[in-house]
Design a protein around this ligand. Sequence first.
Ligand SMILES: Nc1nc2ncc(COP(=O)(O)OP(=O)(O)O)nc2c(=O)[nH]1
Length: 287
Amino acid sequence: MFDTSPQLDCGGRVLRLDRPRVMGIVNVTPDSFSDGGAHDTVEAAVAHGLQLVADGADLLDIGGESTRPGSAPVPLEEELRRVVPVIEQLARQVTVPISIDTFKPEVMRAAVAAGAGMINDIHALRQDGAPAAAAELGVPVVLMHMQGEPGSMQDTPHYDDVVAEVHRFLADRIFSAEMAGIAKKNLVIDLGFGFGKTTDHNMILLARSERFLELGLPMLAGMSRKRSIGELTGRDVPRERVAGSVAAHLIAAQRGARILRVHDVAATVDALKVWAAVDAVPMPRVD
Ligand SMILES: Nc1nc2ncc(COP(=O)(O)OP(=O)(O)O)nc2c(=O)[nH]1
């Protein structure tokens, strides 16, 4: 069922998947929905990445383009200007793997050349040139489900069966990636919480996320501070959605997610320590 090779080789930096791992988010953007502008200089982004590693992050995800609902695309040169120096400096200062959150093949190439060891593609390699770039770079790739485009995806998301449709999409993207020459052991799936989905859709996917383990790949979950958490908790301010985010990611971990993409690393690491202690208790013998 679940891929038995419990690790990813991220450009020489190994990410073990024997237990849920925490991916710390470093958004080098002026407009990310929850922390836009907080780390949009190289110095601030590097300092934030170092802090997240100190807080216990097992890997970092560097993003130079906000994909929040209604966001506008960022030109290639601007995205490169934002992320490459941050990756270069962090790769020299931390030993954990670094992921690049992009769907542009040119950014993938520049980021890996700068020291990134994983590609996090919210478009699941659908951009022209992305499959070839990912195959040539040979680093793990996150394939995420999205319905529509960030600019309009939350207008009227609709599914006849959200689980079946997301499952079918991911199975198709896995096949397409393998046809492009990407080894299956280098693939990670992501249900894409909040990407063309209502809160009901997100909760159905979270509740049924074990269904996706049959695809035989590690699963990433990313609900951190998102609108659905705000709707469920009544917390309008994204930074105030920590407890709800931690709860959602614990549930995702219990249902098989092995990478949790979060803003609040310390709180998530603490919660996983409690979960691991309970998870370690042996099942009672059934004689
Ligand atoms: N694989 C994956 N990547 C993602 N990248 C960005 C966001 C959006 O969150 P954030 O980066 O905090 O906001 P913004 O896109 O506004 O920078 N969510 C995901 C996600 O759920 N999964």
